[in-house]
Write a protein that binds this ligand. Structure first.
Ligand SMILES: [Zn+2]
Length: 241
C-alpha cells in the first residue's frame, strides 16, 4: 500500500504547487467567501518574498501567507512603489490568511483572504533603514526607547500606493490615530494630491475599543465584484490584531 500513499503524496503536492505557484498569470482563481471575521478562502494566492517583500521570521512558520489576488497584488505593488521611490526598502509582512482561510489564532479577522498585517517602515536614530525582526510599538512616532523612528515619508508612500491602486480597493488601513496624524501631515508636506489625502484619511482608522494598531498596519481589501454576494465586506471591527 506504500505506493498508493506515495502517489497520493505526489498528486497532492502537484496540486498544491499548481494552486499556488503555477497558475497562469492574470487568471483570477482565489475566492473570498464570507466576512473577514467568519469566512474562508478558496484557491488562495500565496504572497511570495521578493527583493522588497520579506516575511517576518516569527510569522513565517505559521504559513499564513494566503490571500486573494487583489490583496497579494496590492501588497506587492505598494511594496514595489516604496522600493522605487526609496531604494533598498523592504516591506516586512506578518500574517495574511491561512491556506483555505478560516479561524486564525490571535486574530478576530484574517479569515477570508482579505486582511494582512505589515510592519511599519522604520529608521534608526541616525536615519538609516531599520528592519527589526518583529513589530515595534510606536509612541508618537518613536519606539519607547527612542532607537527607532516611524519613517513617515516611506509609510506615506506605502499608504498612497494602497489608496491609488487601480486594481484593488483597500477599504481599511487600521493604525493608531497618532500615526495617522503623522501620515496625513507628511502627505500634505509632500504635496500629495488632495483626493488621495482625503481617501487616505477615510481609510486610515484606529479601531475603537480594540487593539490600537500602534505597532503595525492592518490592511483590508474589498470583496471583488466576482466574489459577491458570497463575499461580505463586513464592518465589524477587529478586536485583536
Ligand atoms: Zn491584523
Amino acid at each position: 500500500m506504500r505506493w498508493i500513499a506515495a502517489i497520493a503524496l505526489v498528486v497532492g503536492l502537484a496540486g498544491l504547487a499548481f494552486s499556488d505557484e503555477r497558475r497562469a498569470p492574470g487568471v483570477r482563481q482565489a475566492r473570498s467567501v464570507g466576512s473577514p471575521q467568519d469566512g474562508r478562502l478558496l484557491h488562495g494566492r500565496r504572497l511570495r518574498e521578493t527583493p522588497f517583500i520579506e516575511i517576518l521570521p516569527h510569522a513565517a512558520p505559521r504559513g499564513r501567507r494566503f490571500g486573494t489576488e487583489e490583496l497579494v497584488g496590492v501588497l506587492t505593488r505598494a511594496a514595489g512603489a516604496v522600493a522605487d521611490k526609496h531604494p533598498g526598502s523592504t516591506l516586512r509582512v506578518a500574517d495574511l490568511s491561512a491556506r483555505g482561510g478560516g479561524d486564525v489564532h490571535m486574530h478576530a479577522s484574517h479569515e477570508s483572504g482579505r486582511d494582512a498585517d505589515v510592519a511599519f517602515y522604520l529608521r534608526d536614530a541616525g536615519g538609516a533603514d531599520a528592519r527589526p525582526p518583529r513589530f515595534v510599538k510606536m509612541i508618537v512616532g518613536r519606539s519607547a526607547d527612542g532607537s527607532l523612528v516611524f519613517d513617515a515619508a516611506r509609510n506615506w508612500t506605502f499608504v498612497e500606493a494602497l489608496v491609488a491602486d487601480r486594481r484593488t480597493t483597500v477599504t481599511h488601513v487600521f493604525v493608531a490615530e497618532h500615526l495617522k496624524a503623522l501620515l496625513v501631515a507628511e502627505a500634505r508636506a509632500a504635496g500629495a494630491r488632495p483626493g488621495r489625502i482625503e481617501r487616505a484619511e477615510a481609510i486610515l482608522t484606529q479601531p475603537r475599543g480594540a487593539f490600537p494598531h500602534d505597532n503595525h498596519f492592518h490592511i483590508r481589501v474589498a470583496c471583488a465584484p466576482e466574489d459577491r454576494p458570497e463575499c461580505v465586506d463586513g464592518t465589524r471591527r477587529s478586536r485583536r490584531r
